[in-house]
Design a protein around this ligand. Structure first.
Ligand code: ATP
Length: 284
């Protein structure tokens, strides 16, 4: 049996830089892995089965973990029967790359189970065809992503700073969020060079001063729940930012502050959101 962790991600900064003729969007972003993760177990078997601890998630071909299996199957030399189980902890459709990280974990896991010896670059090539965030999820750590997010430049690892993940119970569809970009002019472009420079200093204040996400300008005006949540978190002295296309917010917490205590206080007042305490994690 093989076990792989699929770490979630946040975007320390994200700028949508344009729309491509094929309808996809170019972005420039600083990705960061977090310790909040799914666990994926893979075991050789006579048949192929995907199961998940989260009943709401379909375990058919629409599941990115299954797509990862299908993409790897042609390379398997012997029997390709396998049972894959996803123990889901990352909220679904939250902007935390939950599906992409399960996909990446299955690619890595099958590479080990079938002893294929593919390099990470090769896995990233296979993964890029399955989802824009999959290559980052294969490598993890801290990286600048361009193209649709699949062109990666590794950045120095940040310390394991505490981070609060606040997932409000509202839906934001990534496709619809990108459609908003196509219909309006962005007023405050996010400076990704500033965030890359901040990451290179390794100074928390600098990283916090350079947080930004184009999706906030697009999504928050039409989803009042996120605006209210941000205002509430600001009143608590936090500096929240939306991850990806939302709706999840994250807040980096200076290590001298007790992030478990802050989380407990927030849980007492926030009924319509799940709050996770986590930390940043470094890549391979
Ligand atoms: P990203 O940040 O990469 O845009 P996300 O965190 O917003 O991703 P996901 O949790 O990856 O969103 O889910 C996006 C969609 O993918 C959902 O509609 C979900 O049904 C589908 N999906 C397919 N496979 C999975 C999986 N293994 N885990 C979660 N979602 C999955």
């Amino acid at each position: 049996m093989i076990e792989e962790k699929g770490y979630g991600k946040i975007n320390l900064a994200l700028c949508i830089t344009g729309r491509r003729p094929d309808g996809y969007h170019d972005i420039d972003t600083v990705f960061q892995s977090i310790a909040l993760c799914d666990t994926i177990r893979l075991e050789r078997a006579d048949d192929v089965q995907l199961t998940c601890s989260e009943p709401a998630l379909p375990c058919d071909r629409s599941n990115l973990a299954y797509k990862a299996y299908e993409a790897m199957r042609p390379y398997c030399k012997g029997s390709s029967g396998v049972h894959i189980h996803i123990e889901k902890h990352i909220p679904i459709a939250a902007g935390l790359a939950g599906g992409s990280t399960d996909c990446a974990a299955v690619l890595r896991g099958l590479n080990r189970l079938w002893q294929l010896h593919f390099s990470d670059s090769r896995l990233c090539e296979i993964g890029a065809a399955l989802g824009a965030d999959v290559p980052f999820c294969i490598r993890g750590g801290t990286a600048r992503g361009t193209g649709v997010g699949e062109v990666l430049k590794r950045l120095p690892s940040l310390p394991d700073w505490p981070v609060l993940i606040i997932h409000p119970h509202v839906a934001v569809h990534t496709g619809e969020a990108y459609e908003l970009f196509d219909r309006q002019t962005i007023q405050s472009p996010v400076d990704i060079n500033a965030q890359e420079a901040a990451v290179r200093t390794g100074v928390l204040e600098r990283v916090m001063d350079s947080l930004g996400n184009t999706f906030e300008e697009l999504v928050i005006p039409i989803v009042p729940e996120i605006r209210h949540l941000k205002q509430m978190l600001h009143r608590e002295g936090l500096r929240p930012l939306m991850s990806g296309s939302g709706p999840t917010l994250f807040a980096l917490i200076p290590p001298q502050h007790k992030h478990h205590e802050i989380a407990a206080r927030l849980r007492a007042v926030l009924q319509d959101a799940d709050i996770f305490t986590s930390t940043l994690v470094t890549g391979e």
